[in-house]
Design a protein around this ligand. Structure first.
Ligand code: DQA
Length: 139
């Protein structure tokens, strides 16, 4: 079984109550449970990590460096964290960037991803399915 690590960044721990019109009504726990079920059929074993702290996300990316793949939703850090970008560039595991919302259809500052250029690909705008589509790319 391939080992995949799903890393979520700031404010994703409050999904469900956070701007439900943008991010949906499901909690992160609910999304993770659903993904874990879907992953079995794809032959993937998942590990989950969430932090609101930039440095902890850097460490989580480093720690997942020997996994078969990383699914990264860095939240707002996507748009300006060179430290997370450098961590992604440094690991050998392929990283797929995901976003629940279509960041390209929102405010200008969300149209820029500093992490995207060092990822294998980006999936945005499909709600929780963004994560599933990323997992499919690893199966
Ligand atoms: C997000 C989009 C980001 O712009 C935002 O800061 C988030 C969530 C998304 O999943 O749509 O926290 O990454």
């Amino acid at each position: 079984m391939k080992k995949i690590v799903i890393i979520n960044g700031p404010n994703l721990n409050i999904l469900g109550e956070r701007e439900p019109g943008v991010y949906g009504e499901e909690t992160l726990e609910g999304i993770n449970e659903w993904l874990a079920q879907e992953a079995c059929a794809l032959g993937l074993e998942l590990r989950f990590f969430q932090s609101n702290v930039e440095g902890e996300i850097v460490t989580a990316v480093q720690d997942a460096g020997d996994s078969d793949g990383i699914v990264l939703n860095a939240g707002a850090y996507t748009h300006y964290s060179i430290a997370i970008r450098d961590a992604v560039a440094a690991v050998s595991a392929p990283v797929v960037e995901v976003h629940l919302s279509n960041v390209y259809a929102r405010e200008d500052f969300r149209n820029v991803s500093v992490t995207g250029a060092v990822c294998k690909g980006t999936i945005a705008g499909f709600g929780r399915d963004s994560y599933l589509l990323a997992l499919r790319s690893f199966s």
